[in-house]
Design a binder for this molecule. Sequence first.
Ligand code: ATR
Length: 274
Amino acid sequence: MDRYAVIGNPIAHSKSPRIHAAFAAAEQQALHYEALLAPLDGFVVTVDTFRQQGGRGLNVTVPFKLEAFDYARQHGTLTARAELAGAVNTLRFDGAQVLGDNTDGVGLVHDLQHNLACPLSGKRVLLLGAGGAARGALLPLWQAQPAALWIANRTADKAVHLARLLNQPAVEGCGYPDLDGQHFDVVINASSSSLGAETLPLPAGLFAPDALAYDMMYADTPTAFLLQARSLGASRVADGLGMLLEQAAEAFLLWRGVRPDTAPVRSLLRPTPL
Ligand code: ATR
């Protein structure tokens, strides 16, 4: 049976084995998917062993996405979106061939446009944060053709640097004070502020009428960012559970050639909406 796994450290908390087992059952695909704990200094050796044992693909999570990028660059090829993200969250192995991809950003865009019925074309989109999560989302967001794509970060220089990667006049990098007087239709939190339950220095009036606030993080209750967004007048809020499911569906597509429907798995993981 073809073997797949999610690799990380820690890994016990990962929902990926449950998600992929549900996808495989729904698509009648005979595969085995497990959680693989790699030592912090043992990513490469764990991946090599997995491949020697016939492993066909890996989802990669914290803290190994940069090492997975290097692994794919050394042993195979990278997709354009992985190249721009500078990180890999999905590896595919075909014999000696290795493909490194990043499905996080396309998963986010799919969740926004299909599940949340929020087309990005012509919209003003704001990305908060300029770390790995923001970088991973950048190219797929831009490819959805927003009228403007702004990146705001506590350390403004990092946002300016990210914006330069796209090199487009409609893409702007800035600090939080520069958001004064600006309005956005979609505001995405890619910073890790919600992890520490911290709010961000967002100005009043940031959310345009009917705006959607999206937190890449997810939890059993609304995140600090989503609570803040509601208090600032965001019409709709959503957390990153949908992104998690959609990036998994994209990985499944890369490995198996079919894209599973995520809705049944969402109801398994979250029977009642937030
Ligand atoms: P990840 O891989 O999750 O993106 P990261 O690369 O460490 O993690 O990036 C964390 C991001 O969250 C950064 O943009 C960071 O801002 P700085 O670049 O200024 O450090 C942002 N961040 C973390 N905590 C924050 C907070 N309390 N307020 C604002 N931004 C925060």
